[in-house]
Design a protein. Structure first.
Length: 364
Protein backbone atom coordinates (compact mmCIF):
# COMPACT_ATOMS: atom_id res chain seq x y z
CA UNK A 1 0.00 0.00 0.00
CA UNK A 2 1.24 3.46 -0.92
CA UNK A 3 2.25 5.60 2.05
CA UNK A 4 2.23 8.77 -0.06
CA UNK A 5 -0.02 11.46 1.49
CA UNK A 6 -3.43 11.22 -0.17
CA UNK A 7 -3.56 14.82 -1.41
CA UNK A 8 -0.17 14.52 -3.13
CA UNK A 9 -1.28 11.36 -4.92
CA UNK A 10 -4.42 13.18 -6.07
CA UNK A 11 -2.38 16.16 -7.29
CA UNK A 12 -0.31 13.72 -9.33
CA UNK A 13 -3.48 12.38 -10.97
CA UNK A 14 -4.54 15.94 -11.88
CA UNK A 15 -1.07 16.60 -13.32
CA UNK A 16 -1.31 13.40 -15.39
CA UNK A 17 -4.71 14.55 -16.70
CA UNK A 18 -3.34 17.91 -17.89
CA UNK A 19 -0.18 16.39 -19.38
CA UNK A 20 2.33 17.51 -16.75
CA UNK A 21 3.20 13.94 -15.70
CA UNK A 22 3.07 10.57 -17.42
CA UNK A 23 2.58 8.28 -14.42
CA UNK A 24 2.28 8.08 -10.64
CA UNK A 25 5.50 8.12 -8.67
CA UNK A 26 4.14 5.11 -6.72
CA UNK A 27 1.70 2.35 -7.58
CA UNK A 28 -1.77 3.17 -6.12
CA UNK A 29 -3.36 0.48 -3.96
CA UNK A 30 -7.07 -0.45 -3.98
CA UNK A 31 -7.71 1.88 -1.06
CA UNK A 32 -5.74 4.63 -2.85
CA UNK A 33 -8.06 4.35 -5.84
CA UNK A 34 -11.14 4.76 -3.65
CA UNK A 35 -9.51 7.77 -2.00
CA UNK A 36 -8.69 9.30 -5.42
CA UNK A 37 -12.29 8.83 -6.54
CA UNK A 38 -13.65 10.40 -3.35
CA UNK A 39 -11.41 13.48 -3.67
CA UNK A 40 -12.23 13.83 -7.38
CA UNK A 41 -15.95 13.90 -6.52
CA UNK A 42 -15.38 16.32 -3.68
CA UNK A 43 -13.47 18.71 -5.95
CA UNK A 44 -15.82 18.30 -8.97
CA UNK A 45 -12.96 16.90 -11.10
CA UNK A 46 -14.40 13.45 -11.83
CA UNK A 47 -14.25 13.77 -15.62
CA UNK A 48 -10.85 15.47 -15.66
CA UNK A 49 -9.33 12.80 -13.42
CA UNK A 50 -10.81 9.96 -15.46
CA UNK A 51 -9.00 11.39 -18.46
CA UNK A 52 -5.84 11.12 -16.35
CA UNK A 53 -6.58 7.46 -15.65
CA UNK A 54 -6.90 6.76 -19.39
CA UNK A 55 -3.47 8.31 -19.92
CA UNK A 56 -1.77 6.03 -17.37
CA UNK A 57 0.31 3.01 -18.38
CA UNK A 58 -1.79 -0.14 -17.94
CA UNK A 59 0.38 -1.54 -15.16
CA UNK A 60 -0.44 1.43 -12.93
CA UNK A 61 -4.21 0.72 -13.01
CA UNK A 62 -4.07 -2.99 -12.09
CA UNK A 63 -5.15 -2.35 -8.48
CA UNK A 64 -8.17 -0.28 -9.50
CA UNK A 65 -11.38 -2.19 -8.58
CA UNK A 66 -13.53 -2.82 -11.67
CA UNK A 67 -16.82 -1.64 -10.05
CA UNK A 68 -15.12 1.65 -9.11
CA UNK A 69 -13.78 2.06 -12.66
CA UNK A 70 -17.24 1.47 -14.13
CA UNK A 71 -18.80 3.95 -11.69
CA UNK A 72 -16.14 6.54 -12.59
CA UNK A 73 -16.73 5.90 -16.30
CA UNK A 74 -20.51 6.30 -15.95
CA UNK A 75 -20.17 9.63 -14.11
CA UNK A 76 -17.72 10.87 -16.72
CA UNK A 77 -20.16 9.96 -19.51
CA UNK A 78 -22.95 11.86 -17.73
CA UNK A 79 -20.67 14.93 -17.41
CA UNK A 80 -19.98 14.81 -21.17
CA UNK A 81 -23.69 14.55 -21.93
CA UNK A 82 -24.46 17.40 -19.54
CA UNK A 83 -21.87 19.60 -21.25
CA UNK A 84 -23.51 18.98 -24.62
CA UNK A 85 -26.84 20.12 -23.17
CA UNK A 86 -25.35 23.18 -21.46
CA UNK A 87 -23.49 24.25 -24.60
CA UNK A 88 -26.76 24.17 -26.57
CA UNK A 89 -28.60 26.03 -23.82
CA UNK A 90 -26.00 28.83 -23.80
CA UNK A 91 -26.47 29.47 -27.51
CA UNK A 92 -30.25 29.22 -27.20
CA UNK A 93 -30.21 31.65 -24.27
CA UNK A 94 -28.07 34.14 -26.16
CA UNK A 95 -30.45 33.92 -29.15
CA UNK A 96 -33.56 34.33 -27.01
CA UNK A 97 -32.12 37.43 -25.36
CA UNK A 98 -31.15 38.91 -28.74
CA UNK A 99 -34.65 38.23 -30.12
CA UNK A 100 -36.12 40.01 -27.07
CA UNK A 101 -33.84 43.02 -27.64
CA UNK A 102 -31.20 42.34 -24.96
CA UNK A 103 -27.47 41.68 -25.01
CA UNK A 104 -25.98 38.90 -22.86
CA UNK A 105 -22.43 37.83 -22.02
CA UNK A 106 -21.84 34.31 -20.66
CA UNK A 107 -19.81 34.40 -17.44
CA UNK A 108 -17.70 31.45 -16.23
CA UNK A 109 -19.16 28.01 -16.96
CA UNK A 110 -19.35 26.98 -20.60
CA UNK A 111 -17.42 30.05 -21.69
CA UNK A 112 -14.47 28.92 -19.57
CA UNK A 113 -14.90 25.26 -20.59
CA UNK A 114 -14.30 26.40 -24.18
CA UNK A 115 -10.73 27.51 -23.33
CA UNK A 116 -9.82 24.11 -21.86
CA UNK A 117 -7.73 21.89 -24.09
CA UNK A 118 -9.80 19.95 -26.64
CA UNK A 119 -9.47 16.65 -24.75
CA UNK A 120 -10.70 18.21 -21.48
CA UNK A 121 -13.31 20.82 -22.46
CA UNK A 122 -16.27 18.41 -22.38
CA UNK A 123 -15.03 16.86 -19.12
CA UNK A 124 -15.31 20.02 -17.01
CA UNK A 125 -18.18 19.61 -14.55
CA UNK A 126 -20.80 22.26 -15.33
CA UNK A 127 -23.17 24.04 -12.97
CA UNK A 128 -25.77 26.63 -13.91
CA UNK A 129 -25.60 29.33 -16.60
CA UNK A 130 -24.49 32.79 -15.49
CA UNK A 131 -25.20 35.51 -18.03
CA UNK A 132 -24.51 39.22 -17.65
CA UNK A 133 -27.41 41.17 -19.18
CA UNK A 134 -26.62 44.63 -20.50
CA UNK A 135 -28.58 47.50 -19.00
CA UNK A 136 -28.41 46.81 -15.28
CA UNK A 137 -31.23 46.00 -12.86
CA UNK A 138 -33.90 47.73 -14.94
CA UNK A 139 -33.16 45.43 -17.87
CA UNK A 140 -33.46 42.34 -15.66
CA UNK A 141 -36.82 43.47 -14.26
CA UNK A 142 -38.12 44.34 -17.75
CA UNK A 143 -36.91 40.98 -19.08
CA UNK A 144 -38.66 39.13 -16.24
CA UNK A 145 -41.91 40.96 -17.10
CA UNK A 146 -41.56 39.97 -20.75
CA UNK A 147 -41.13 36.37 -19.66
CA UNK A 148 -44.08 36.75 -17.27
CA UNK A 149 -41.90 35.65 -14.37
CA UNK A 150 -41.70 36.81 -10.77
CA UNK A 151 -38.24 38.26 -10.16
CA UNK A 152 -36.31 36.67 -7.29
CA UNK A 153 -33.39 39.04 -6.81
CA UNK A 154 -30.04 38.78 -5.07
CA UNK A 155 -27.62 41.70 -4.85
CA UNK A 156 -26.12 40.61 -8.19
CA UNK A 157 -28.61 38.62 -10.22
CA UNK A 158 -32.10 37.24 -10.72
CA UNK A 159 -33.00 33.58 -11.13
CA UNK A 160 -34.96 33.33 -14.38
CA UNK A 161 -36.56 30.22 -15.84
CA UNK A 162 -35.67 29.70 -19.48
CA UNK A 163 -35.19 25.92 -19.56
CA UNK A 164 -36.41 22.88 -17.67
CA UNK A 165 -32.95 21.32 -17.54
CA UNK A 166 -30.68 24.32 -16.89
CA UNK A 167 -30.81 27.01 -14.22
CA UNK A 168 -30.06 30.56 -15.34
CA UNK A 169 -28.72 33.40 -13.22
CA UNK A 170 -29.22 36.70 -15.07
CA UNK A 171 -26.66 39.17 -13.71
CA UNK A 172 -27.10 42.91 -13.64
CA UNK A 173 -23.73 43.12 -11.83
CA UNK A 174 -21.06 40.54 -12.76
CA UNK A 175 -19.51 40.53 -9.28
CA UNK A 176 -18.93 42.67 -6.20
CA UNK A 177 -16.79 42.92 -3.07
CA UNK A 178 -17.84 43.38 0.55
CA UNK A 179 -15.32 46.14 1.23
CA UNK A 180 -17.31 49.17 -0.06
CA UNK A 181 -14.21 51.21 -0.92
CA UNK A 182 -12.68 48.40 -2.98
CA UNK A 183 -16.10 47.62 -4.45
CA UNK A 184 -16.56 51.21 -5.62
CA UNK A 185 -13.28 50.96 -7.53
CA UNK A 186 -14.32 47.54 -8.86
CA UNK A 187 -17.70 48.73 -10.16
CA UNK A 188 -16.04 51.72 -11.84
CA UNK A 189 -13.58 49.33 -13.53
CA UNK A 190 -16.44 47.02 -14.64
CA UNK A 191 -18.25 50.00 -16.18
CA UNK A 192 -15.11 50.91 -18.12
CA UNK A 193 -14.81 47.33 -19.38
CA UNK A 194 -18.50 46.77 -20.16
CA UNK A 195 -18.60 47.69 -23.87
CA UNK A 196 -15.71 45.36 -24.76
CA UNK A 197 -17.37 42.38 -23.04
CA UNK A 198 -20.62 42.54 -24.99
CA UNK A 199 -18.65 42.96 -28.22
CA UNK A 200 -16.38 39.94 -27.60
CA UNK A 201 -17.14 36.49 -29.06
CA UNK A 202 -15.19 33.24 -28.89
CA UNK A 203 -14.49 30.94 -31.84
CA UNK A 204 -17.95 29.39 -31.45
CA UNK A 205 -19.59 32.86 -31.65
CA UNK A 206 -20.64 32.78 -28.00
CA UNK A 207 -20.43 36.17 -26.29
CA UNK A 208 -17.87 35.79 -23.48
CA UNK A 209 -15.63 38.17 -21.50
CA UNK A 210 -12.24 39.26 -22.79
CA UNK A 211 -9.01 37.85 -21.38
CA UNK A 212 -8.33 41.18 -19.65
CA UNK A 213 -11.71 41.02 -17.90
CA UNK A 214 -11.53 37.32 -17.01
CA UNK A 215 -8.10 37.61 -15.39
CA UNK A 216 -9.65 39.95 -12.83
CA UNK A 217 -13.21 38.63 -12.74
CA UNK A 218 -12.34 34.96 -12.18
CA UNK A 219 -9.86 35.91 -9.45
CA UNK A 220 -12.60 37.87 -7.67
CA UNK A 221 -15.09 35.04 -8.18
CA UNK A 222 -12.70 32.56 -6.55
CA UNK A 223 -11.93 35.02 -3.76
CA UNK A 224 -15.63 35.54 -3.04
CA UNK A 225 -16.13 31.80 -2.67
CA UNK A 226 -13.74 31.63 0.26
CA UNK A 227 -16.06 34.10 2.02
CA UNK A 228 -19.13 32.10 1.05
CA UNK A 229 -19.68 28.46 0.19
CA UNK A 230 -16.01 27.59 -0.20
CA UNK A 231 -13.51 27.03 -3.02
CA UNK A 232 -13.09 23.84 -5.01
CA UNK A 233 -10.25 22.81 -7.30
CA UNK A 234 -12.57 23.07 -10.31
CA UNK A 235 -12.57 26.87 -9.91
CA UNK A 236 -8.81 26.91 -9.45
CA UNK A 237 -8.38 24.78 -12.57
CA UNK A 238 -10.44 27.32 -14.52
CA UNK A 239 -7.85 29.95 -13.63
CA UNK A 240 -5.02 27.59 -14.56
CA UNK A 241 -6.57 27.06 -18.00
CA UNK A 242 -7.06 30.80 -18.41
CA UNK A 243 -3.38 31.47 -17.76
CA UNK A 244 -2.16 28.59 -19.94
CA UNK A 245 -4.49 29.08 -22.92
CA UNK A 246 -3.40 32.64 -23.65
CA UNK A 247 -0.15 34.47 -24.16
CA UNK A 248 -0.17 37.17 -21.47
CA UNK A 249 2.24 39.99 -22.28
CA UNK A 250 3.97 42.04 -19.60
CA UNK A 251 1.68 45.05 -20.10
CA UNK A 252 -1.47 42.99 -19.49
CA UNK A 253 0.18 41.21 -16.56
CA UNK A 254 1.16 44.53 -14.96
CA UNK A 255 -2.30 46.04 -15.54
CA UNK A 256 -4.00 42.97 -14.04
CA UNK A 257 -1.84 43.09 -10.90
CA UNK A 258 -2.50 46.84 -10.63
CA UNK A 259 -6.26 46.16 -10.73
CA UNK A 260 -6.05 43.33 -8.20
CA UNK A 261 -3.98 45.51 -5.86
CA UNK A 262 -6.57 48.28 -6.21
CA UNK A 263 -9.26 45.79 -5.15
CA UNK A 264 -7.10 44.43 -2.26
CA UNK A 265 -6.73 41.05 -3.95
CA UNK A 266 -2.96 41.01 -4.51
CA UNK A 267 -2.26 38.77 -1.49
CA UNK A 268 -4.97 36.33 -2.49
CA UNK A 269 -3.60 36.31 -6.06
CA UNK A 270 -0.10 35.49 -4.78
CA UNK A 271 -1.55 32.68 -2.66
CA UNK A 272 -3.49 31.30 -5.62
CA UNK A 273 -0.31 31.29 -7.74
CA UNK A 274 1.29 29.05 -5.07
CA UNK A 275 -1.71 26.68 -5.22
CA UNK A 276 -1.52 26.60 -9.03
CA UNK A 277 2.16 25.68 -8.84
CA UNK A 278 1.63 23.06 -6.10
CA UNK A 279 -1.39 21.32 -7.64
CA UNK A 280 -1.09 21.98 -11.39
CA UNK A 281 2.66 22.61 -11.76
CA UNK A 282 2.06 26.06 -13.26
CA UNK A 283 5.33 27.44 -14.59
CA UNK A 284 6.82 30.63 -13.18
CA UNK A 285 6.58 32.21 -16.64
CA UNK A 286 2.78 31.76 -16.68
CA UNK A 287 2.18 33.25 -13.22
CA UNK A 288 0.60 36.65 -12.74
CA UNK A 289 2.86 37.41 -9.80
CA UNK A 290 5.36 35.64 -7.51
CA UNK A 291 3.68 32.95 -5.35
CA UNK A 292 3.14 33.40 -1.61
CA UNK A 293 3.48 30.12 0.31
CA UNK A 294 1.83 31.33 3.55
CA UNK A 295 -1.33 32.52 1.79
CA UNK A 296 -1.23 29.58 -0.61
CA UNK A 297 -1.12 26.96 2.12
CA UNK A 298 -4.12 28.57 3.80
CA UNK A 299 -6.10 28.62 0.52
CA UNK A 300 -5.18 25.02 -0.33
CA UNK A 301 -6.18 23.85 3.14
CA UNK A 302 -9.58 25.54 2.68
CA UNK A 303 -9.97 23.88 -0.73
CA UNK A 304 -9.26 20.38 0.58
CA UNK A 305 -11.57 20.84 3.59
CA UNK A 306 -14.55 22.41 1.82
CA UNK A 307 -14.55 20.88 -1.66
CA UNK A 308 -16.62 22.21 -4.55
CA UNK A 309 -19.09 24.89 -3.40
CA UNK A 310 -18.35 23.93 0.22
CA UNK A 311 -20.62 20.88 -0.02
CA UNK A 312 -18.21 18.79 2.06
CA UNK A 313 -17.33 21.40 4.70
CA UNK A 314 -18.33 19.93 8.07
CA UNK A 315 -17.87 23.38 9.62
CA UNK A 316 -20.96 24.57 7.71
CA UNK A 317 -23.36 21.82 8.82
CA UNK A 318 -24.32 23.60 12.06
CA UNK A 319 -24.86 26.82 10.10
CA UNK A 320 -27.19 25.21 7.56
CA UNK A 321 -29.43 23.70 10.25
CA UNK A 322 -29.66 26.83 12.42
CA UNK A 323 -32.43 29.43 12.71
CA UNK A 324 -32.07 32.61 10.62
CA UNK A 325 -30.62 34.73 13.41
CA UNK A 326 -28.30 32.01 14.64
CA UNK A 327 -27.25 31.27 11.04
CA UNK A 328 -26.33 34.94 10.53
CA UNK A 329 -24.18 34.89 13.67
CA UNK A 330 -22.52 31.56 12.83
CA UNK A 331 -21.72 32.61 9.25
CA UNK A 332 -19.97 35.72 10.52
CA UNK A 333 -18.06 33.75 13.16
CA UNK A 334 -16.99 31.34 10.39
CA UNK A 335 -15.92 34.27 8.20
CA UNK A 336 -13.69 35.69 10.94
CA UNK A 337 -11.19 32.84 10.35
CA UNK A 338 -10.17 34.98 7.35
CA UNK A 339 -9.37 38.11 9.38
CA UNK A 340 -5.64 37.35 9.55
CA UNK A 341 -5.37 37.12 5.77
CA UNK A 342 -8.02 39.52 4.38
CA UNK A 343 -8.87 41.97 7.20
CA UNK A 344 -10.84 44.68 5.34
CA UNK A 345 -13.12 42.27 3.45
CA UNK A 346 -13.67 40.22 6.63
CA UNK A 347 -14.60 43.21 8.81
CA UNK A 348 -17.09 44.56 6.27
CA UNK A 349 -18.69 41.13 5.65
CA UNK A 350 -21.29 41.24 8.50
CA UNK A 351 -22.33 44.81 7.59
CA UNK A 352 -22.78 43.98 3.91
CA UNK A 353 -24.67 40.77 4.72
CA UNK A 354 -27.10 42.83 6.83
CA UNK A 355 -27.42 45.42 4.05
CA UNK A 356 -28.12 42.69 1.47
CA UNK A 357 -30.81 41.18 3.72
CA UNK A 358 -32.54 44.57 4.10
CA UNK A 359 -32.19 45.32 0.36
CA UNK A 360 -33.75 41.98 -0.61
CA UNK A 361 -36.66 42.55 1.80
CA UNK A 362 -37.40 45.83 0.02
CA UNK A 363 -37.44 44.10 -3.38
CA UNK A 364 -40.17 41.64 -2.38
Amino acid sequence: MSNMPSNLLFFELVQIAIGKKERFSKQPSKSDWQMLYDIARKQALIGICFHGIKRLPQEQTTNMPLPLKMQWLALTASIQKRNEIMNRRCFQLQKRLEDAGYSGCILKGQGIAAIYTESLSNLRQSGDIDIWVKGGLDSIIALAKKLNQRTILTEQHADLRFFEDAEVEAHFIPTMLKNPFANKRLQRWIKQQEYAQFANHNRDELCVPTLQFNLVYLMIHTYRHIFGEGIGLRQVMDYYMLLCSHSIDEKLRANTILCLRSFNLHKFAAGLMWVLKEVFQLSNESMLCPPNKKHGQFILNEIMIAGNMGHYDKRLIAIQNASKLKRFCLINIHTFRLLKYYPAETLFAPIIRMWVWIWRKKQV
